[in-house]
Ligand binder design. Structure first.
Ligand SMILES: *Cc1c(COP(=O)(O)O)cnc(C)c1O
Length: 374
């Protein structure tokens, strides 16, 4: 079956009780046991399992070509849980510009519990190889990365991980499975902040980990999901599953508009540089061409000439682009990243991250042009 068809049908079934095409939202926290004490429907209690969560996990596993998926109450909880599934004394290699929340989790929560880690530029394969230790169990990459849009060669890092008996997890939030399927390129796990493109409407926070094969790390993650309880609500799962139906159309449109804008911005006099993997001068362009299909995503960053003050002035003048964090929704947004990230962030102070929404690209261009001209 084609991907677009899976997006509409995976995980869903006509409701057997009512014939409803759209599944009901199962709010019940508890499920009746059989007379023999068994659980005839497979559900026990809403923390450990829920029909809406099950549907979403089934759909996500299918879309990422994995064997199983676990969803969480946020993208951060998804990565946090994968890291928690490791043990004290294990070592993780993570990107030096990893999503800043994950950097805080590593430094302030898990390092005091005994998890060791090294942050490296994962686009530099020699640096990744040098960071691997005898106790390395997991390598984490994010490609294209947020907000610098750096591209990591998934297959090459997977080979390094597997030579060291470690797993590779790829945060694929920016491309979504429409444009990149990391399990096809050697990754063992895919991570999503479903908050972004998968749910797609800026109205639900969530996350997911999809595993390629059954393995002890995923078993431990599943245990933590059920007993630790960082779970999404049934309505969160329902909204995210609804978002999946239109994922391909949304991402293709947003990605096409982003390329149009990136090419136009690259020649704009008020801009020093555009960071977008779809541009031929991007250092990761040829790797992106190899491991992404159908586009380069709806997120791009610009380095505004004139430094931080000039960048902030642009955000003050846009009319359509909303000054707001996050990406992947129908509204175009822009954000000065350095001022929201934790101290020590590597993000240039004149960088603005743009999330291209579903508006007409000519309207977006006109808005940016008037804001950049001041
Ligand atoms: C947003 C984001 C996260 C965190 O997701 P939340 O749902 O906000 O917790 C993690 N990784 C990437 C790449 C993201 O863009």
């Amino acid at each position: 079956m084609h991907f677009e068809t899976e997006l509409v049908h995976s995980g869903r079934a006509i409701d057997p009780a009512t014939g409803a095409l759209v599944s009901p939202i199962h709010l019940s926290t508890t499920f009746e046991r059989g007379v023999d004490g068994s659980y005839p429907h497979g559900y026990v209690y809403g923390r450990s399992g829920n029909p809406n969560r099950q549907m979403l996990e089934t759909a996500l596993a299918k879309l990422e070509l994995g064997c199983d998926a676990a969803v969480f109450g946020s993208g951060s909880a998804a990565t946090f849980t994968l890291l928690q599934a490791l043990r004290a004394g294990d070592h993780v290699v993570a990107p030096q510009n990893v999503y800043f929340g994950i950097q805080e989790i590593l430094a302030k929560i898990l390092a005091p519990w005994g998890l060791q880690y090294t942050l490296v530029d994962t686009t530099d394969l020699a640096a990744v190889a040098a960071a691997i230790q005898a106790n390395t169990r997991l390598i984490l990459v994010e490609t294209p990365s947020n907000p610098q849009l750096a591209v990591t060669d998934i297959q090459a890092v997977a080979d390094l991980a597997h030579q060291a008996n470690a797993y590779l997890a790829c945060d694929s939030t920016i491309p979504s499975p429409v444009l990149q399927q990391p399990l096809e390129h050697g990754a063992d796990f895919v991570i999503h902040a479903t908050t972004k493109y998968l749910a797609g409407h800026s109205d639900v926070i969530g996350g997911a980990v999809i595993t390629k094969d059954p393995n002890p790390l995923f078993d431990q993650l599943r245990l933590i999901q059920g007993v630790g309880g960082a779970i999404p609500s049934p309505f969160d799962c329902w909204l995210t599953l609804r978002g999946l139906s239109t994922l391909a159309l949304r991402v293709q449109a947003q990605s096409q508009s982003a390329l149009t804008l990136a090419q136009w911005l690259a020649n704009h006099p008020a801009i020093d540089r555009v960071l977008y993997p779809g541009l031929a001068d991007h250092p990761g362009h040829s790797i992106a061409q190899r491991q992404m299909t159908g586009g380069y995503g709806g997120v791009l960053s610009i380095l505004v000439s004139g430094g931080q003050a000039a960048a902030l002035a642009v955000t003050a003048k846009t009319q359509l682009f909303v000054r707001a964090t996050s990406f992947g929704g129908p509204h175009s947004t822009l954000e000065h990243r350095a001022s929201i990230e934790a101290p020590g962030s590597q993000t240039p102070v004149n960088l603005l991250r743009l999330s291209i929404g579903l508006e007409h690209p000519q309207d977006l261009m006109a808005d940016l042009d008037q804001a950049l001209r001041g």
